[in-house]
Design a protein around this ligand. Structure first.
Ligand SMILES: Cc1ncc(COP(=O)(O)O)c(C=O)c1O
Length: 394
């Protein structure tokens, strides 16, 4: 099928929730994507922080092929070998004691919210129902996760929203202290707010939030859907902040492109989900968890975290160099390979389009922020190429 045929079918049959670029890809390899005319693109967006190993990583391709030929899905009525091994990998590399698998970030966050609530309910505190999150946060598109998301634009059309969500100012501990009370069930944070423009949260603030959660016996939920699995140069972003969450969620990079979500919790909370309290038909099936196992294995074998850290530092440094001679750059933000460049003028989409024409894919936020989320295998050479192209516009 050629590009125009695909586009026509899409426009006639798909519900128009996405503002698509005029582009579709046929295949990918490592950092590169190839469109229907064979034109190649450096992928500095990685399917919005998903393709941590790049495209068509040979280990992922062969493990998935092998699994597809054996069995894809049996349901959670039965034990699933790759599910149990992936859960063990997550628990042994993080502070989690147990994992529940779903299919997306929003589903993982829904599970986290439910787990916080059931903890209080089963402890005789059904009045503890409020979840505090931050303004400008993004936690997903389901009804509870848009209510937890601190951005009106995602909420307005869907009122009345799921009740019980309160949004506080980012990095304002006094605002949080005034809000938390004995009806609070949990505090939920992203450590680097991604969708709203790559805003890292202050370390001191996060540490104070941790203390507040202990004081009130409420779980600290960290949404690591975007930051998790190495995006910030450590396996989990919370490891930069010298705290441990009680509950955290992962999704995007965990399956290297295969849909998966994970709700990860310490035993203190995890034990409150008992049979019947939560579930998911597809969650943790053979295909998704085989992918997750491969992602973990390749992280070890190919020192992916090390590369994410080094390439991230190199990339940020290069952007800062460019910014020194640019009147257009307002601020460079981010950790590891989750970087954003805020501009003084609303030309981010124009720049992204010009870069696309030159064979570089990047993201934008709100017309003023350039967003970079490359695969964690990105090299300094790839970064040099992008920065050379970018220089012209900044
Ligand atoms: C921090 C964060 N949480 C949750 C989500 C929702 O994930 P999904 O789109 O997989 O439901 C996203 C998606 O961008 C995200 O960045």
């Amino acid at each position: 099928m050629n590009f125009n045929e695909i586009k026509t079918l899409d426009e006639q049959n798909i519900i128009h929730t996405y503002k698509r670029k005029d582009l579709s890809f046929e295949k990918g390899k490592g950092m590169m994507l190839y469109d229907h005319n064979g034109k190649e693109y450096y992928d500095f967006l990685a399917g919005i922080a998903v393709n941590a190993l790049g495209h068509s990583h040979p280990a992922l391709v062969s493990a998935l092929k092998e699994q597809v030929e054996k069995v894809l899905h049996t349901s959670n009525y039965y034990y699933i070998e790759p599910q149990s091994t992936l859960a063990e990998k997550i628990c042994s590399h993080t502070c989690a004691d147990r994992v529940f698998f779903g299919n997306s970030g929003a589903e993982a966050n829904e599970g986290a919210i439910k787990l916080a609530k059931i903890y209080h309910y089963k402890n005789g505190h059904p009045e503890r129902i409020e979840i505090i999150t931050l303004k400008n946060s993004f936690h997903g598109r389901t009804l509870a996760t848009i209510a937890s998301t601190g951005q009106k634009k995602y909420q307005q059309a869907y009122e009345p929203l799921t009740p019980g969500f309160i949004h506080v100012e980012i990095n304002d501990i006094e605002n949080l202290k005034q809000t938390v009370n004995h009806e609070t069930a949990a505090i939920m944070l992203e450590l680097v707010q991604g969708e709203s423009g790559v805003h890292p949260i202050d370390k001191e603030y996060v540490q104070q939030v941790r203390k507040l959660c202990d004081e009130y016996d409420i779980p600290l939920i960290i949404d690591e859907v975007q930051t998790g699995m190495g995006r910030t140069g450590k396996l989990m972003a919370y490891q930069h902040f010298d705290i441990e969450p009680d509950i955290f969620t992962m999704a995007k990079a965990l399956g290297g492109g295969v849909p998966i979500g994970a709700l990860c919790a310490k035993e203190k909370y995890a034990k409150y989900f008992t049979p019947g309290d939560h579930g998911s038909t597809f969650g943790g099936n053979f295909l998704a968890t085989t992918a997750g196992n491969v992602v973990f294995d390749v992280f070890d074998k190919e020192n992916i975290l090390d590369n994410a850290q080094k390439s991230g530092a190199y990339f940020k440094n290069k952007l800062e160099e460019i910014a020194k001679t640019s009147k257009l750059v307002k601020e460079i933000r981010g950790i590891g390979l989750m970087l954003g460049v805020e501009l003084n003028e609303p030309v981010a989409d124009e720049i992204a389009l010009s870069l696309q024409e030159k064979g570089f894919l990047i993201g934008t936020v709100a017309g003023t922020i350039l967003r970079f989320l490359p695969p964690l295998i990105v090299t300094t050479d790839d970064i040099d190429k992008l920065c050379d192209a970018l220089k012209e516009y900044l």
